[in-house]
Design a protein around this ligand. Structure first.
Ligand SMILES: [Zn+2]
Length: 316
């Protein structure tokens, strides 16, 4: 696992705003205090989970932690690589031309182009721990009480950071969490469901073209059982990461894939929506816009089911 970085005991993380190519509106409260506004974990079983939802995790504890973090806090600091917007800190030597580094760098343009978003220069720090014990110790010390995960994303008023332990699924984990970083750099108020749908979409290798086979199989099974029905309004009502289940991650991916890969009009609708959310977090929801563009009588759930079925491999 790559890790480390470059942060020495005397180095400091640059203030975000001073590095922005285009200032991005953030919640007023986050401009005044070192408030963590987003804390996301990736789990092997159910994708990504927002840490703030962990039952026994105390978000207030973060306020006791001086920010930004430094090597003195046990962060990887042996090597540092700058790759576009990414500042990668690793516990071990990591080649600048490493496949994962190049892939994460190109992911920035993919996210920007497909979502119609500008590219930010705001640094996204990736902390890569080679040793799981060191990673667990750091997480337990800085984020006491939150569940163990392979990787997680943290947004504060001044930093966008990903923490991960180097293991077999590191490429997928980093694509997922780094996508959160790229998106939050320009759309910090993105709705929870869409934030996860986009991260699940871009966590896949490019060769998969956004088709998440595990989610397709899972949702197809739920449809056969008659235990799942797509509901965009229900997705939009999600307000806490603690509410997110495997159903939600899979459905969020499915809506995102449908929007980006069926018609130019739907892709444009998603792009316009993200542009509006970037300007105003209270803008009209995506579901209302879809009902207008798809037609008031359109059954969006049936449309998504048909899309899922089109992606489901025929039985052998
Ligand atoms: Zn996530």
């Amino acid at each position: 696992m790559p890790a480390l970085a470059g942060m020495t005991a005397t180095a400091s993380i640059p203030a975000l705003n001073s590095h922005r190519a285009q200032p991005t509106p953030r919640p007023a409260s986050s401009l005044m205090t070192p408030l963590v506004v987003c804390l996301i974990l990736c789990s092997a079983a159910a994708g990504c989970a927002h840490l703030a939802a962990a039952p026994d995790w105390n978000a207030a504890a973060l306020h006791k932690v001086p920010l930004p973090w430094s090597a003195a806090d046990g962060l990887p600091s042996r090597a540092e690589i700058v790759a576009g917007q990414l500042v990668i800190h690793a516990d071990f030597p990591l080649a600048e031309q490493h496949r994962i580094v190049r892939e994460l760098e190109s992911l920035r343009a993919d996210v920007s182009q497909q979502l119609g978003l500008p590219i930010s220069d705001e640094p996204v720090h990736l902390y890569l721990f080679e040793n799981k014990q060191r990673y667990d110790d750091f997480a337990a010390r800085q984020f006491p009480g939150f569940p163990s995960r392979r990787a997680f994303f943290v947004e504060t008023d001044t930093t966008l950071s990903v923490f991960a332990v180097w293991q077999d699924r590191i490429a997928e984990d980093l694509r997922h969490e780094t996508t959160h970083g790229y998106v939050h750099a320009v759309v910090p108020m993105i709705p929870l469901w869409l934030d996860e749908g986009i991260a699940e979409y871009f966590e896949l290798p490019r060769s998969e073209h956004g088709v998440h086979a595990a989610h397709v199989a899972y949702l197809s099974g739920r449809l056969l059982e008659g235990t799942w029905r797509p509901d965009l309004d229900r997705m939009e009502a999600l307000a806490s990461a603690g509410e997110l289940s495997q159903d939600h991650y899979a459905e969020a991916w499915c809506w995102t894939h449908w929007l980006l890969n069926t018609t130019p009009q739907r892709r444009r609708l998603l792009q316009d929506y993200l542009t509006d959310v970037r300007r105003d977090g209270q803008t009209a929801p995506l579901s209302a816009r879809l009902r207008h563009t798809e037609g008031l009588g359109t059954d969006l759930a049936a449309t998504l089911r048909a899309h899922l079925e089109s992606l489901t491999p025929p039985p052998k």
